[in-house]
Design a protein around this ligand. Structure first.
Ligand SMILES: Cc1cc2nc3c(=O)[nH]c(=O)nc-3n(C[C@H](O)[C@H](O)[C@H](O)COP(=O)(O)OP(=O)(O)OC[C@H]3O[C@@H](n4cnc5c(N)ncnc54)[C@H](O)[C@@H]3O)c2cc1C
Length: 432
């Protein structure tokens, strides 16, 4: 398919995530012909997906139309397209709406949930990587409670009120905390006929401690916060199996549950076709220090998908928004240099620190020279997340929602818009 609108070099960007948006924005007014392809027509602010899943925010608050981001950018085009194959031999990509040619290709497809090859866990548990998946989880939580209300079998009733969050990274910690708030402030009032004390929330972490990449201080405090909210935190606990009714962990132990949230890992969202590329641990594509995919001259990878070894980051950069943003910005400059036959500059990551929230007034923040927890950390977490949300409307709506939720202790978005049905979802090929 012909996609050139000018005589300038054609740059295709696959993915309108944190990295893709930055590179396209930074190339505004440059002499390039940009085409962004994404399977969704919106950008997803993944850090707040868990709030959609637990009824705290409307999905529209964390999704932003990509066309709107680039409304005024003359050198930019966008197509909703699922990219199926990269064809380096004829410099094109194959998508569900046809082929597109490029002179330079930037792959910014991020990552997808990693079930580590465990098919049954993949089938029965709930991932949370996209807006539809967060909505599925929201429906499942509410459906489980509706079902528990009428269930006569006590063991099944308990399983419907038991939730296991697997993976004690920031996503798992935030989800477990939000579930506890839902229990303590909302479900207790919505379901007075159920004994809310029977709602159990487990957080399983395979390593020594939750929030392992954070400081010891942050891990300990987050655990304490969660336990005070009623979450059962189990470290050094590995899930072996889940059959839709029963989780098996540490080989022999079991818990009956109808709600398993899987936040135990991600892997690069690889598109087939790059035969010469080296795929390393975590399904990431190895790149040079200026994001060029090794083995190719005009194909680049940024963000979660890219694996770049540097002296400071010998095992690659963290899979966080800042890596994608900074690599996107740097590659925009480098692409112009490359087009002008100048030498590209190596990427230097500026680590701005890590943070996770556990619930109202509770968060942990690790900066290079300062680590703090509690109310001020929570305010910092909110401020930073609002700052990076795309679009003024989304910032305003989210802030208003947070203020209302804070004073009312409520979660207004607890509606089952679309019933979650695992079997029909599977028939659609997980078309979420
Ligand atoms: C639940 C959750 C919570 C998180 N919390 C935080 C946090 O608090 N702080 C933080 O810094 N990071 C957080 N992250 C990580 C952060 O979101 C990622 O590091 C970041 O999104 C990576 O940016 P990216 O541009 O590489 O990819 P993404 O932002 O994932 O964007 C990838 C884009 O590519 C598109 N795409 C993928 N494959 C194809 C294809 N074949 N064809 C067409 N389009 C395709 C997708 O639709 C998507 O729009 C979180 C992630 C998750 C899932």
């Amino acid at each position: 398919m012909k996609n050139q609108t000018t005589q300038f070099p054609k740059v295709i960007i696959i993915g309108g995530g944190f990295g893709g948006i930055q590179i396209a924005k930074k190339m505004n007014k440059k002499e390039v012909d940009l085409l962004m392809l994404d399977r969704h027509n919106y950008h997803t602010f993944q850090p707040l997906l868990y709030q959609v899943a637990t009824g705290g925010l409307e999905p529209d608050s964390i999704a932003f139309p990509l066309r709107k981001v680039f409304q005024d950018q003359k050198n930019f085009n966008f197509r909703v397209a699922d990219v199926k194959h990269i064809n380096p031999e004829n410099k094109s990509v194959t998508t569900d709406i046809g082929d597109f040619d490029y002179d330079y290709l930037v792959i910014a497809t991020g990552s997808e949930t990693n079930f580590f090859g465990q098919k049954e866990i993949e089938h029965f548990s709930m991932p949370m990587k996209t807006v539809p998946e967060a909505l599925n989880l929201r429906s499942l939580i509410l459906q489980n409670f509706e079902e528990a209300l009428v269930e006569k079998d006590l063991e099944r009733k308990q399983a419907l009120m038991t939730f296991v969050v697997v993976g004690g990274g920031p996503t798992g910690v935030e989800t477990a905390g939000a579930l506890a708030e839902l229990k303590n402030h909302v479900l207790v009032h919505d379901y007075p006929e159920l004994d809310i004390h029977n709602m159990k929330i487990y957080l399983f972490e395979g390593s020594e401690r939750i929030l392992e990449p954070f400081s010891l201080q942050a891990s300990k405090k987050a655990k304490e916060f969660l336990q005070n909210m009623g979450v059962i935190v189990m470290e050094k606990t590995r899930v072996n199996h889940y059959d839709g009714d029963k989780v098996t962990y540490n080989t022999t132990e079991t818990i009956f549950t109808k709600g398993v949230v899987w936040s135990a890992g991600v892997k690069g969202a690889i598109i087939p076709g790059l035969e010469k590329a080296e795929i390393v641990r975590g399904g990431r594509i190895k790149t040079t220090n200026f994001n060029l995919v090794e083995g190719y001259e005009n194909i680049f990878a940024i963000g979660d998908l890219a694996y770049m070894e540097t002296p400071e980051w010998p095992h690659g950069h963290p899979g966080v928004a800042q890596t994608a943003i900074q690599q996107g910005q740097q590659l925009a400059d480098n692409l112009i240099r490359i087009i002008n036959n100048e030498k590209p500059h190596p990427f230097n990551y500026f680590d701005k620190g890590s943070m996770a929230t556990v619930g109202r007034n509770k968060a942990v923040v690790d900066l290079k020279y300062w680590k703090f927890q509690g109310f001020f950390a929570w305010l910092t977490w909110m401020f930073i997340h609002l700052l990076f949300l795309v679009g003024f409307r989304n910032k305003a709506v989210t802030l208003i929602n947070w203020i209302v939720n804070y004073f009312s202790y409520d979660r207004g978005s607890r509606v089952i818009i679309r019933k979650f049905n695992r079997e029909s979802m599977m028939e659609e090929g997980k078309a979420v």
